[in-house]
Design a protein around this ligand. Structure first.
Ligand code: AMP
Length: 307
């Protein structure tokens, strides 16, 4: 097997999700599941996380089907992390009903030796203390990105600020960016957050796409328009996994490569939300990604004759 180019650390969860159309119990979720599945279409990806003794073996088999390297995934005595949430009619608003940390409560991620030299690292949503613990083990990552959520902004701000100071890129959704910066205007919020360390900030805006902030200004990618969104859970993680995978595959970290990787992130995320859990990604091919990427490119460019 080829050496791992991208390491992703995050949560593995069993999710119970209710949308206006369906309710699914204890399905495979967690930030690292979505991010690794998405990244696996582009580069050899290693997963760092923890599951309990109740973790269904078919989920492990699914990770293997994606080709994800599982040396960094620990299985320990106890219950797997669980999360449940409910979506409102427009699917843009979600309420968390319950979060059970379970085996995450006492987990300390240890990177396998060969992961420590991987050039790309994505710290998916997980407590910032654990993100920091991982950061301390990497030797020479060329590009490190991190994600977080309102919970950690509210209860673990000090370690989160340390993570933010150490990464090249931070991803947040719109409300998290406002909460973190204490600033309603997104341009001002982004400027403030970049002042704390990261060269890039991606603000995810759900069905409205994502914005990249950097010293070059702002770059926006839309979301691929879909007639049927069945479950938006994990869209941000799928976006980030596709983004980091595409960037690692390109092997470059300059602004043009970052913009192209954003388009790939948006395309892969659009497949992910078509079904619950990893159901759509499981049957996705690289050919389908390229096909939608071409259509996406066409959608976002102006013809010379338009100008
Ligand atoms: P997203 O829709 O991108 O916010 O990601 C949803 C995923 O995040 C679900 O599959 C959950 O299992 C996971 N999740 C929810 N709450 C947390 C948390 N506090 N820490 C880590 N992962 C979480």
């Amino acid at each position: 097997m080829k050496s791992v180019q991208l390491v992703v650390v995050g949560s593995v969860g069993l999710d119970t999700i209710e949308t206006p159309l369906a309710r699914c119990e204890e399905i495979l979720g967690g930030s690292v599941s979505y991010a690794c599945a998405a990244a696996s279409f582009f580069v050899p990806t290693g997963m760092v996380g923890v599951v309990g003794s109740d973790f269904p073996p078919q989920h492990m088999a699914l990770y293997q089907k994606f080709g994800v390297d599982l040396k960094g995934l620990k299985q320990v005595e106890g219950k797997t992390f669980r999360w449940s949430g409910v979506y409102e009619a427009d699917m843009n608003n979600r309420r968390t009903l319950a979060t059970e940390l379970n085996v995450f409560g006492s987990f300390m991620p240890e990177l396998p030796d060969d992961y420590r030299d991987a050039p790309f690292l994505f710290l998916a949503n997980i407590s910032p203390e654990l993100q920091l613990h991982v950061l301390q083990q990497v030797k020479a990552a060329r590009f490190v990105a991190a994600d977080t959520m309102d919970l950690w902004i509210n209860i673990a701000r000090a370690p989160l600020m340390e993570v933010i100071a150490a990464v090249d890129l931070l991803t947040l959704n719109e409300s998290e960016a406002r909460l973190l910066a204490g600033e309603h205007n997104l341009v001002k919020a982004a400027k403030k957050i970049m002042g704390w360390g990261p060269e890039y900030l991606i603000v995810k805006k759900g069905e409205h796409g994502a914005m990249l902030f950097s010293a070059d200004g702002v770059f926006v990618v839309p979301a691929h328009p879909l007639e049927a969104v069945n479950d938006p859970t994990g869209a941000g993680d799928t976006f980030a996994g596709g983004f980091m995978g595409a960037l690692a595959a390109e092997g470059k970290i300059e602004p043009a490569a970052i913009r192209k990787a954003m388009a790939y992130g948006s395309v892969v995320a659009s497949f992910g939300v078509e079904a619950f859990s990893l159901e759509r990604l499981e049957h996705l091919t690289r050919g389908e990604i390229e096909h939608r990427f071409l259509a996406f490119k066409k959608m976002i460019s102006l013809n010379p004759s338009d100008l």
